[in-house]
Design a protein. Structure first.
Length: 288
């Protein structure tokens, strides 16, 4: 009997040990499984972190995109060329030349222009100063710009100036002038453009008008500048011989005491020139 009890006790002990071993193996398996899951979750989180760009990367990508767009804009503007004609010259040439290819009328090749009633500044000096400033502003915007003259002591006719723009195949020919009148009360900025129905300017009529309207719209934003808007002309040699879009800008009346003084004021001229350049930019980049 005692022997039987001992055997039973031994069997129970063995079974208990076996069960403990089985439980231990199960626990280890669970631990391993949990560890594997944890490791997998960590890996997934690492993957997700790697997939999500950091703030620095996002900023770099945005900056790169902005640079690319700026480069594309510069390249786009570089396609456009502008010829600027500083009106008149120190000594006029009053020999005659045809007003247009299809006209029998003749006019002086080039006059010396008007003069400031207060400043005594000749128009040809003012137009060269403004033209050079306008060239600088437009070149900063990325356009190719040339002048028909860079000094006052020249002899270049209006036909020759138009031919320079034609040879350049300019996208816009800008003629810079200032106005004069018998009445000291006459005032205002205006943009002259070829008239409709003129056979000499038929091909450039629409583009010239569009450019003139954009320039006028930009200058209208300056409250201190009196506006005369767009004016049509058929009798200008510089228009009729031009094969490219052309405008003549009248900066203001040098025969008006107040405007004459403004046209020699650096701030006034800078603001006016910037507005003209903005109008040219809108015409060439957004419209043409």
């Amino acid at each position: 009997m005692k022997r039987l009890l001992v055997i039973l006790v031994v069997i129970v002990a063995i079974v208990s040990v076996i069960l403990l071993l089985i439980d231990a193996q199960d626990d280890q398996g669970i631990l391993n499984k949990v560890e594997k899951q944890t490791t997998s979750e960590k890996a997934n989180k690492v993957d997700e972190t790697e997939k999500e760009p950091s703030e620095e990367i996002v900023i770099e990508e945005v900056e790169e995109k902005v640079k690319q767009e700026e480069n594309e804009e510069v390249e786009e503007k570089a396609k456009f060329s502008i010829m600027i004609d500083p009106g008149h010259q120190a000594k006029g040439n009053y020999d005659l030349e045809p007003v247009g290819p299809n006209s029998t009328e003749q006019k002086p090749k080039v006059a010396s222009g008007t003069q400031g009633v207060v400043t005594n500044k000749p128009e040809y000096e003012l137009t060269l100063e403004v033209s050079q400033l306008l060239q600088e502003v437009l070149e900063e915007k990325g356009f190719e710009v040339q002048l028909t003259r860079t000094k006052n002591e020249v002899d270049v006719s209006n036909i020759e100036r138009a031919q320079m723009a034609n040879e350049m195949e300019a996208d816009l020919f800008l003629r810079i002038h200032a106005d004069g009148a018998e009445s000291a009360a006459a005032e205002g900025f205006s943009v002259l453009t070829p008239g409709q129905g003129n056979p000499d300017t038929e091909k450039v009529y629409e583009a010239s008008l569009t450019a003139a309207e954009f320039i006028v719209d930009e200058v209208k934003e300056i409250a201190t500048i009196h506006q005369n808007g767009v004016i049509f002309r058929d009798d200008l040699s510089g228009f009729n011989w031009s094969e490219v879009p052309v405008n003549l800008i009248e900066l203001g009346f040098m025969t008006n005491p107040e405007e004459d003084k403004k046209l020699s004021d650096d701030t006034y001229i800078t603001n006016l020139t910037n507005a003209i350049a903005d109008g040219v930019e809108v015409y060439l980049v957004e419209n043409k």
